[in-house]
Design a protein around this ligand. Sequence first.
Ligand code: TRP
Length: 353
Amino acid sequence: MRDVILTGDRPTGRLHLGHYAGSLKNRVELQNSGSYDEIYIMIADSQAITDNADNIGKIRENILEVALDYLSCGLDPEKSTLLIQSQIPELCELTFYYMNLVTLARLQRNPTVKTESALRDFENSIPVGFLVYPVSQAADITAFDATIVPVGGDQLPMLEQAREIVRSFNALYGETLVEPHALLPKNEAMGRLPGTDGKAKMSKSLGNVINLADSPEEVKKKVMGMYTDPKHLRVEDPGNTKDNPVFIYLDVFSNEGHFEKYWPEYKNLEELKAHYERGGLGDVKVKRFLNQVLEETLQPIREKRKFYEARPDEVYRILQEGSIKARRKAAAVLKRVRQAMGLEYFDQGEARQ
Ligand code: TRP
């Protein structure tokens, strides 16, 4: 059997450079490798409702934003099926059956649920829908027979939970569901791009993100204001490149071609780092270079975004067609699930067995 890819994002805001490094770039590469016939990219609006029930308007608006980010980064609807989770009601039915295969204690122990509940101050008043979302995510994955789920490390507990559900289901009702595998970002820096303020993660709520849709002026301002090594006070001082977000971004985004084009004094990042560590290299120069490097990635994305921004009807058409196609697949898998469970009472003869 050939591999099927499924992954997705909650539409709670525009996507940023952290999303690009940690997943979007890789998705586009997987798509363009031509090795996969089926790639599903889900805008997980129903999952976003589990902690935004009082603010569905925000989710509705961000569906278009996320779709624009997808298309502008190079996801191609001819090669990848872009779908909206809530348009596939089969996922709810699968979730309902899978809920019987998971205990309350197991969900409460899920590390992602724990961290996310703490962040949201749920304490003892966790909405049931939120607590159960790992089960619904297992439905997202299994409904398409996904074998490969490209995600960040924070989603590993979700994958583990999905794999357990698959194993329990298959043990009870016979081999029916496909066991998925996580595909993690290539290296740690890509998986977790720090914020512009040096905090561990780029996050909208911390206000330390560079959005893919930011203008060149906004990007420049954010880069020039980035946190660096606080001990690197004077140009002559030796600097630290390790916990320095400017260098971490360069690790992820720069290549020798950028040096040749913008800063031929150095052959590559190693040489630049050595100079910074020795002392005698100011932050402003490095930041200017980083800005040029980031623009190489961001500028084409911005151009494509403009094209689609002017054509929202076209974007919705893409999402609608993708959702219809995805629903067809999910319905076939659900049928298989119902047959395995013996629920297809009115299929020929089955009612009387
Ligand atoms: N939980 C994921 C996130 O917060 C989004 C998501 C929903 C997802 N369904 C999925 C990811 C299925 C992978 C597979 O980013």
